[in-house]
Design a protein around this ligand. Structure first.
Ligand SMILES: [Cu+2]
Length: 75
């Protein structure tokens, strides 16, 4: 299991947060209960199984709902 911290572009309202959370929850390989999108810091944190999903795929999913990823850290 890997842990990701994803810096997003500045979120302008709390519904952005819900939209991103929803998209991430629908993705296989992410530990649902670890998904946290913070409105104040515009960061998403989550744990994922690198055998089921890649950080590229996670970033792509965020892009697809309309948000830019500035950078991601995976540990
Ligand atoms: Cu919004």
């Amino acid at each position: 299991m890997k842990s990701a911290t994803i810096q997003l572009e500045t979120l302008t309202c709390p519904s952005c947060m819900l939209k991103i959370e929803g998209a991430l929850k629908a993705l296989e390989g992410i530990e649902q209960e670890t998904i946290k999108v913070s409105f104040n810091t515009s960061k998403a944190k989550l744990n994922f199984d690198e055998e089921k999903v890649s950080i590229d795929k996670i970033e792509e999913t965020i892009n697809r709902v309309g948000y830019e990823v500035l950078n991601s850290k995976v540990k």
